[in-house]
Design a protein around this ligand. Structure first.
Ligand code: SAM
Length: 277
């Protein structure tokens, strides 16, 4: 695991309260990578990642799902709409909670979704009450990942599944320059640490879960950042961000760092499915 001790939780909250609208304009409702098979549009690729994760976890019609770090509700609404799941979304951002609630109403899924503005590391949810614990690109922001996975496991019924997509530190050993790239990504994207693929498998296993699938999707997702980098330049988003909150500009400036990290093996993008024994 590579850590960046300077990251603070209130900065993460502030980032998502301020920047969610930029994510919406720049990328769409899903704040996660696209998953490409060929030359699909970014919108289709983003949807494909959600669909593929749902297939990997074998999510069934009507499953009860907790969506940790639910963003604008992209996954929650998709699962409610297409698989009739009952979804509880949790986000640290009050803006996102309001956006997701409003968006679910527009999508006609409000009876199947509820959104909470809570810290995933502190939220109390009923033990054994979910079939699936889903988290796409949120665990990067958590400070005590092993403790979070232990907590997450308690929310599942026996046989319930964990479905996670996460940015990862590359396989060790990493060179000094690779370690620096990971650190710079953590700093720019407000991640207190990034675990490796092995770290995630160890943490999930230690939480009493059995690993059933692990995928390295790095080459299928990295195009996301070429597209975001080009869109930021084209639409002058860096300048707008620097006027609204100069503290957020570091995030935009690290898009190329993330691409470099993927391209050099300093980082990977992983999908993990685990089952509660
Ligand atoms: C990269 S976005 C992913 C959003 C969503 N999963 C998606 O795929 O569209 C990261 C999400 O994690 C949430 N987050 C970060 N730290 C959190 C915490 N401690 N508790 C709850 N949510 C958190 C953010 O508010 C944001 O919604």
């Amino acid at each position: 695991m590579i850590s960046c001790p300077d990251v603070q939780k209130n900065v993460i909250r502030q980032h998502y309260n301020i920047s969610t609208i930029f994510y919406r304009i720049l990328w769409g409702q899903h704040i996660h990578h696209g998953l490409w098979s060929a030359n699909e549009s970014p919108k289709v690729a983003a949807r494909q990642l959600t669909e593929q994760l749902a297939r990997e976890a074998d999510i069934r019609q009507g499953d009860r799902v907790v969506d940790i770090g639910c963003g604008m509700g992209g996954s929650s609404i998709h699962l409610a709409k297409h698989l009739k799941c009952e979804v509880t979304g949790v986000t640290i951002s009050s803006f996102q909670k309001r956006y997701a609630t409003w968006s679910s109403r527009l999508a006609g899924t409000s009876s199947k979704t509820s959104f909470l503005c809570e810290d995933a590391e502190k939220v109390e949810l009923p033990v054994g009450s979910f079939d699936v614990a889903w988290s796409v690109e949120c665990t990067e922001h958590l400070f005590d990942k092993p403790a979070f996975f232990r907590k997450m496991a308690t929310w599942l019924r026996p046989g319930g599944k964990v479905a996670i997509c996460a940015w990862l530190a590359g396989d060790s050993p990493l060179s000094d320059s690779q370690t620096k790239l990971v650190y710079d990504v953590c700093e720019g994207f407000f991640c207190p640490s990034l675990g490796s693929e092995q770290d995630y498998c160890d943490w999930l296993t230690a939480a009493g879960l059995k690993m059933t699938r692990v995928h390295n999707w790095t080459t299928r997702v990295s195009r996301t950042w070429e597209i975001c980098r080009d869109r930021v330049h084209r639409f002058g988003i860096r300048r707008i961000a620097s006027i609204i909150d100069p503290g957020q500009v570091i995030f935009i400036d690290r898009f190329q760092t993330l691409l470099d990290a993927y391209n050099t093996g300093a980082m990977k993008y992983g999908c993990f499915i685990a089952e509660k024994i």
